[in-house]
Design a protein around this ligand. Structure first.
Ligand SMILES: NC(=O)c1ccc[n+]([C@@H]2O[C@H](COP(=O)([O-])OP(=O)(O)OC[C@H]3O[C@@H](n4cnc5c(N)ncnc54)[C@H](OP(=O)(O)O)[C@@H]3O)[C@@H](O)[C@H]2O)c1
Length: 328
């Protein structure tokens, strides 16, 4: 039987660690350094990492991928601030994980709630090592928040405002990361991409989830350009088809191949805190590698217009962007 060079090296490190008590940490690092593979659970991908001293915000912490992301990051030693729209659900979720997790209320359809959440997070954390924009909905009916289709409002616009109110805290971290949880579904957005002239969903709401996920990808891409030249990064990741509560209002069913939430959380955790992602900016990733995306998701003109339109929709609550980031 042949043994790969990497495996021989790992076994060598472990043998050395056994012989010399100062080396176990090195052996643990070597174990954690196995390249992650599609379908790995978040626990395995993050195994051996010490995130103590880091503060990470995860939206939608009480369910599915968000809960598992919080659980694994807190388990690695990070202080996770987890948002939920219901205070009791947030408290229960944070109490259910090992490690430090602090609940904060966030209702993404309500701009006052977003501002209050950001203020609370600012009071809790002088710096944010990562913000994971995870909360999201899939709707089976046409709903609006004011003049805007609801999936666009929750999945994109609410996070746009939240990140705006917290970006200085991200920049205060040594390598702050904004992670937006997107989806391969962005490729099914309506023809022409973002429907700027009818954001209320009229005529296209059935594709509203895909439309909102395209907005997630464009936001992440544009933010990455704004952050260029700083130590902070922005990446968009997709968790893969994952069995969670997200389809509950649609009547749709999961396929046989659906992942567990622990598998779905692997990519958000990796992007938020794994050393392999250090310095990576502007990527769209699935299964720990760049993923196929539509041309629309990196359309510079569409991204710039989305940014401007999003600013106008949250204008009363917008903070001036740090000077250096305004041009991007
Ligand atoms: N599951 C998949 O196959 C899949 C695939 C690709 C991408 N994603 C993305 O993964 C992310 C997490 O989804 P999930 O599958 O884990 O779904 P989930 O189990 O339904 O969790 C969604 C989270 O978002 C929260 N949320 C919903 N509406 C909100 C609002 N108005 N304000 C604040 N929070 C709100 C939910 O809170 P409540 O519990 O109170 O509703 C919940 O905490 C989403 O962005 C989704 O688009 C999922």
């Amino acid at each position: 039987m042949t043994m790969s060079r990497a495996r021989r090296r790992l076994l060598g490190l472990c043998a050395a660690a056994a012989a010399w008590p100062a080396l176990p940490a090195l052996a643990r690092e070597a174990t954690a350094a196995r390249a992650p593979r599609a379908g790995d659970e978040a626990d395995a991908v993050m195994a051996g990492l010490d995130l103590s001293g880091r503060t990470i915000l995860v939206t939608g912490c009480n369910s599915g991928i968000g809960f598992e992301t919080m659980r694994v990051l807190a388990g690695c030693g990070a202080h996770v601030i987890g948002t939920a729209r219901d205070a009791a659900r947030g408290r229960d979720a944070c109490a259910a994980v090992d490690g430090r997790a602090t609940p904060v209320v966030l209702e993404l359809t309500d701009q006052a709630s977003i501002v209050a959440c950001a203020d609370r997070v600012r009071a809790l954390a002088p710096r944010l090592d990562a913000v994971v924009c995870n909360a999201g909905i899939v709707l089976g009916a046409h709903e609006r928040v004011g003049a805007v289709e609801k999936q666009f409002a929750v999945n994109h616009l609410g996070h746009f405002l939240l990140v705006n109110r917290l970006i200085d805290r991200v920049l205060a971290a040594p390598e702050g990361r904004v992670v937006t949880v997107g989806s391969g579904n962005h490729r099914d957005a309506p023809d022409g991409g973002i429907q700027f002239d009818r954001l209320d969903g009229e005529g296209w709401w059935e594709r509203g989830y895909s439309h909102s996920k395209l907005a997630n990808g464009l936001f992440s891409w544009k933010l990455a350009r704004r952050l260029a030249g700083t130590a902070a990064t922005s990446n968009c990741v997709t968790p893969g088809h994952t069995r969670t509560a997200i389809l509950r209002s649609t009547g749709s069913k999961y396929g046989e191949n659906a992942r567990t939430p622990a598998q779905g959380a692997a990519m958000p955790c990796y992007a938020a805190a794994h050393p392999a992602m250090a310095g990576i900016n502007g990527a769209y990733m699935s299964d720990f590698a760049p993923a196929r995306q539509s041309a629309s998701q990196t359309d510079a003109a569409m991204a710039a217009r989305l940014w401007q339109v999003s600013e106008s929709l949250v204008a009363p609550h917008l903070q001036p962007w740090p000077v250096a980031l305004r041009g991007g």
